[in-house]
Ligand binder design. Structure first.
Ligand SMILES: CC(C)(COP(=O)(O)OP(=O)(O)OC[C@H]1O[C@@H](n2cnc3c(N)ncnc32)[C@H](O)[C@@H]1OP(=O)(O)O)[C@@H](O)C(=O)NCCC(=O)NCCS
Ligand SMILES: CCCCCCCCCCCC(=O)O
Length: 162
């Protein structure tokens, strides 16, 4: 990236970003469902790492508007692959909870398709694909318009009370 195209890195708190959803989406209150423990990805809504807002779409599938801040940097000016994996981990696991399954994530596969520029609001679209016994499969993608940055396939396993 040239100096001319590089986005200014915020050394103090970056300005507010617009995480609003589409008209047909409704707000989804993650802490009300799973408690306050999900701080690693969505715990600092005004911070410089991730800013996340959750929704359900018209089909009740979980959607997230996500801003990857300067502290998610991997390749210069772009998101670290691990930061995208962390986002998939939380959002796809949460999607299974939102669908009524008490799970933890057993396996997560991520395909990185395009470098994701920092300080851009993107959408994570999720879909619960199947539920067979204790195995809940959830797929998702991080995208903006026609551009897909990454795809995730998440095997969730329902928790067994001991
Ligand atoms: C996922 C976990 C609960 C499964 O342990 P368990 O309750 O003893 O269940 P099992 O190992 O019997 O697995 C249940 C089924 O899921 C399958 N499974 C579990 N983990 C799997 C994985 N990583 N990949 C593929 N299949 C997996 C098993 O093969 C088994 O399938 P089967 O019923 O067809 O034989 C356990 O491994 C665990 O707690 N892992 C840590 C999870 C975690 O830290 N996630 C991140 C935070 S959410
Ligand atoms: C027993 C309550 C546990 C609530 C956990 C919500 C899990 C959502 C997915 C988190 C994924 C992860 O932590 O790796």
């Amino acid at each position: 990236m040239t100096k001319a195209t590089a986005k200014k890195v915020c050394t103090t708190l970056c300005p507010p970003v617009d995480l609003s959803g589409e008209a047909s989406w409704t707000d989804f209150d993650a802490p009300a469902l799973v408690g306050e423990s999900l701080r690693f990805v969505s715990g600092e809504p005004d911070g410089n790492r991730f800013r996340v807002r959750y929704y359900r779409d018209g089909e009740q599938q979980l959607k997230a508007r996500i801003w990857f801040g300067p502290e998610t940097e991997g390749p210069p000016g772009h998101a670290h692959g691990g930061s995208m994996a962390a986002v998939f981990d939380e959002v796809l696991g949460l999607a299974a909870w939102a669908a009524g399954y008490s799970i933890v994530v057993g396996n997560l596969n991520v395909s990185f398709r395009n470098l994701l520029p920092l300080q851009q609001v993107v959408t994570l679209e999720s879909r619960v694909i199947s539920a067979e016994g204790r195995k809940i499969m959830v797929h998702g993608r991080i995208c903006s318009g026609e551009t897909v940055y990454a795809e995730g396939e998440c095997l969730c396993i329902t928790i067994v009370k001991k």
